[in-house]
Design a protein. Structure first.
Length: 541
């Protein structure tokens, strides 16, 4: 407005002088001196008119901004912002500090640094910044730059930075009583000891200690402005949940000085949100634990038990490397989740080892020893009968008399038949009565002694026809039957030994399945449910 008025008046004055000078061309003065005097007179009128216009504009501007400007000029006149604003030097300045928490920005577990965004509400009385509102147009509050007035040197004691980051240079609000209110917003990085023992079910307690750095309690007395932290503008964090926020005033005596040093300590209790870790870490780990149990369900004859176990172990190793970046990088304590993953990986490794043992039992040939009697009684008889009810191979007593001949099932179109040696011998006696007299020379047909040598070819003395020839043929038949019986018994023994070892492997496989199932379930419930609930229950009781 001032510039507009000045411009209009300046243009009008310029036009007047222009028309006067233009008329001089038509007026003929007889004397040259009179013309010059007339020009100087007009120029003086022009300058005076411009000065008068400037003074008029300045007076209007002063009238428009007089109240606030006069007040600021009066307050800042002779004010020194380097001196405590008290009229009596022995009186302390009471600083009332309040905290408005707006956001928990981050918690660095490795460096143990908590980053928060807060408003530091500071309020104190300045003896040199008061006025009477009626003298200044009833002004009850003004705002001036904070660098023009005295400010308390409130710092964060447990600052994680180098103390070079200050507060925002916001304006301070002044009241007629001399009360000063200064709420600068700032981002604070404070040290916070982190305990990751129960990660990711951990709760952390972090403190922020504020106080004057150079003034003692006799010069600057620090008080808490409110009894609790202001959370009206708090923005929730995606990783941490705020459980509690307290503000407490403390008075500390240091060894360097006898004066008290008050401080205001803000305590934040935060809890980690576990959904991210349950979905991305715990659930995949439990799925791979199920794959470990499937190793014991796979039949040994498939030839893939070891391959499946090693594949699960390698997959788990790669998974551990992937989630290592998500784990807190600290050596102060072992995280609960890390212990759980180690246990599951150990279970997977042991499953591969015991699978090798089971396969060794399963593919143990008949050339090896029989199943020890104590293992047979314990595993095949007691455990198998009471728990799994697998059909065990029948054990037969060795035939010492060869009274019964067992022929393979391929005989007679797959039908088994039995023929006792005694009945065959009696029938031969009836057919040839001389057989009884030659029993001593031909050997005991029913002596029961095993013959391990190969059956000799039938050599019948062709020059001795008659009963003696028939008797030798009959003896050869009996020897052949005994040999067949012996080979059948050896084959039965071999099959029985192989089946017993396979049965042993099958039963041990089932036992290990249930053992690993119980261990997996118990470890999962213990580390992921019982321990976190027990700890949190103790914290809030």
């Amino acid at each position: 407005m001032f510039l507009l008025n000045f411009g209009v008046k300046f243009c009008g004055c310029f036009l007047q002088v222009f028309f006067v000078l233009k008329n001089l061309d038509y007026v003929r003065f007889s004397r040259k001196k009179s013309r010059k005097m007339y020009v100087f007179m007009l120029f003086g009128i022009f300058v005076k008119y411009c000065i008068a216009s400037l003074e008029t504009g300045q007076e209007s501007a002063v009238r428009e901004y007089s109240d606030e400007k006069r007040l600021v000029d009066k307050l800042m006149s002779g004010y020194d912002n380097s001196v405590r604003p008290v009229k009596n030097a022995s009186d302390p300045i009471v600083i009332r500090l309040g905290i408005t928490l707006t956001q928990i920005f981050d918690l660095d577990e490795k460096n143990q640094v908590l980053t928060t965004v807060v408003w530091l509400d500071q309020e104190w009385m300045d003896d040199y910044l008061g006025w009477i509102p009626e003298e200044y147009g009833n002004l009850t509050k003004i705002r001036i730059p904070c660098e023009k007035i005295w400010l308390p040197d409130i710092v964060l004691y447990n600052n994680a930075d180098d103390y070079t980051r200050g507060y925002m240079n916001s304006r301070a609000m002044l009241e007629p009583t001399g009360n000063v209110f200064w709420p600068p917003p700032t981002k604070l990085r404070s040290t916070c000891p982190v305990d990751v023992t129960y990660f990711p079910f951990d709760d952390q307690t972090c403190t922020m200690k504020f106080g004057s750095w150079i003034y003692d309690g006799l010069q600057v007395d620090l008080m808490n402005r409110t009894s609790e932290v202001d959370l009206s503008n708090y923005v929730p964090n995606g990783e941490w949940e705020l459980l509690d926020a307290q503000i407490v005033r403390n008075v500390v005596y240091y060894s360097c000085c006898r004066e008290p040093f008050p401080d205001v300590t803000v305590t934040l209790v935060i809890r980690r949100k576990t959904l991210y870790y349950m979905y991305n870490v715990v659930m995949p780990c439990m799925m791979m634990s199920v794959l470990t149990l499937l190793v014991f369900c796979l039949p040994p004859d498939s030839g893939e038990k070891i391959a499946l176990g090693v594949t699960v172990l390698l997959a788990f190793s790669v998974f551990m490397l992937a989630i290592a970046e998500k784990m807190p990088e600290t050596s102060e304590s072992i995280p609960l989740l890390g212990i759980y993953l180690t246990v599951v990986m150990a279970i997977t490794s042991i499953s591969v080892v015991v699978t090798v043992v089971v396969l060794n039992f399963h593919f143990r040939g008949p050339s090896r020893k029989e199943v020890p009697s104590y293992l047979r009684d314990l595993v095949l008889q007691r455990v198998n009968t009471s728990c799994f009810c697998f059909r065990s191979p029948k054990r037969k007593k060795p035939c010492t008399t060869y009274d019964t001949v067992h022929l393979p099932a391929s005989f007679k179109g797959g039908e088994s038949f039995r023929m006792t040696v005694d009945s065959l011998h009696e029938e031969l006696k009836e057919m040839n009565p001389d057989l009884s007299c030659n029993e001593s020379s031909s050997g005991d047909l029913t002596s029961g002694k095993r013959r391990s040598h190969p059956i000799p070819t039938s050599k019948v003395n062709g020059s001795s026809p008659g009963p003696q020839c028939a008797t030798k043929i009959q003896e050869e038949i009996l020897r052949t039957l005994r040999y067949i019986l012996q080979r059948q018994e050896q084959e039965d023994h071999r099959v029985r030994v192989v089946n017993e070892w396979r049965q042993m492997a099958l039963v041990i496989d089932r036992i290990l399945f249930w053992i690993f199932f119980v261990v997996t379930v118990v470890s999962s419930l213990s580390f992921l449910v019982i321990v976190p609930l027990h700890r949190r229950g103790l914290q809030f009781t």
